[in-house]
Ligand binder design. Structure first.
Ligand SMILES: [Zn+2]
Ligand SMILES: [Zn+2]
Length: 400
């Protein structure tokens, strides 16, 4: 459950916005609010901070469940310079030509392994535990991550262990510094005697390893949420292992739509049931089907929206269910037996009388016909447009 939405509001995105949506929204706002463009520096800072939190799956998950208070408990609220984040995102400098991107990193940590899993709505309804096999680098057990026998690994003399070499080049009055990878150690800063090299990892210190993770998908989880396995990412000598972050991708369902903890289902009902009552069934996301009694005499109209309380998605924390909304479409018969029309006249409200026209209006009888496919398509052009064409002038159909 999302308790606070301030950060979402700052970026003007829904709480289930995807990473791409967030980035798009931030870019739009940041370009407008950037102080170099005459924007409010305070607001720019706030929007940037919101993006910094929401774009980090771990921080976003904490914010979603415990709000800003949860983040400050975690510490690390210092945040980075908004200018830095901006440059990192949109390339050093960007259009306003400031800010040297990149920032010094603290203790060395291997990269987080982010893995997306496709989860069905059924699984999110019932909860599920799945096993996930990942391949990661693990320290070689034969050499304990040293790459060879004790003392076999030496610092590269050429680059003094820095992995880079710097050459100076005179260019007219200026001296240019050129950095390149050290050839002698291929940028590792170390050299290993061939004969002392570990036979298992060939001096690489790490070996690929299969890792099986048990991922527990809790009832009521939503797309975009993350499950974190701390320190399960690649191992590297002298570095802390990063995390494995599992991101939930919610698969669209063919019958149910989800809105937070509510479900929406579209249901067809025949005209007789819509008018005279009867039973309809809805197969749920678990092994149940809901049996709904439509009361005789109460009419269901086309596009009517009804609700079945407590049959939506479970909330994540306490598994309290949301509601199930049912949107009806009434299916009319293709034709009616002439003999039954009298019965319809008895059952339904009388026909609407013809409009009365003044004496000088001449009534002319005409035929109702079926349109052909082409003119039908033409008449349907007022349908809502694709999002992609938003703001573009509508293409007119040429009349021939
Ligand atoms: Zn070197
Ligand atoms: Zn080894």
């Amino acid at each position: 459950m999302v308790r606070e939405r301030k950060f979402y509001d700052l970026l003007e995105v829904p709480v289930d916005a995807s990473e791409a949506d967030l980035k798009k929204a931030y870019r739009k706002k940041a370009l407008r609010l950037h102080p170099d463009k005459g924007g409010d520096p305070e607001l720019f800072k706030e929007v940037t901070h919101a993006y910094e939190i929401l774009s980090d799956p771990e921080k976003r998950s904490i914010y979603d469940s415990r709000g800003e208070a949860g983040l400050s408990e975690q510490g690390g609220m210092g945040g980075m310079d908004p200018q830095d984040l901006f440059s990192q995102l949109f390339g050093g400098g960007g259009f306003f030509g400031g800010g040297a991107g990149g920032r010094p990193s603290g203790a060395r940590k291997t990269k987080d392994l982010v893995h997306r899993v496709n989860v069905t709505l059924e699984d999110l309804y019932k909860g599920k535990t799945t096993k996930l096999a990942l391949t990661r680098n693990a320290l070689c057990s034969r050499c304990n991550g040293k790459g060879g026998k004790d003392g076999a690994v030496r610092q590269c003399h050429t680059c003094s262990g820095r992995g880079i070499k710097v050459t100076l080049r005179q260019m007219g009055p200026m001296i240019q510094q050129i950095q390149s990878t050290c050839d002698d150690c291929s940028g590792t800063g170390e050299v290993i005697n061939m004969k002392d090299r570990c036979t298992s990892c060939k001096g690489k210190k790490v070996l690929p390893e299969k890792k099986l993770l048990e991922v527990h998908i809790d009832k009521g989880m939503k797309g975009g949420q993350t499950i974190q396995f701390n320190g399960e990412s690649d191992q590297a000598p002298g570095a802390q292992s990063g995390d494995v972050v599992i991101v939930i991708d919610e698969k669209p369902h063919d019958r149910f739509k989800r809105q937070e903890n509510d479900l929406i289902v579209e249901l067809e009902v025949d005209l007789l049931t819509a008018l005279g009552g009867g039973q309809i069934s809805i197969k749920h996301l678990d092994d149940r089907a809901l049996l709904v009694n439509l009361t005789a005499g109460e009419v269901i109209k086309n596009n009517d929206l009804k609700v079945i309380r407590g049959q939506g998605m479970p909330s994540q924390r306490h598994h309290e269910p949301g509601d199930l909304f049912v949107k009806f479409s009434v299916i009319f018969p293709e034709s009616v037996d002439l003999g039954s029309i009298g019965l319809l006249e008895r059952a339904l409200p009388p026909r609407k009388p013809l409009e009365k026209f003044p004496k000088n209006v001449h009534l002319e009888e005409v035929e109702l016909d079926e349109p052909d496919a082409r003119s039908k398509a033409h008449a349907m052009q007022d349908e809502p447009m694709d999002e992609d064409h938003e703001g573009e002038p509508r293409v007119q159909c040429a009349n021939q």
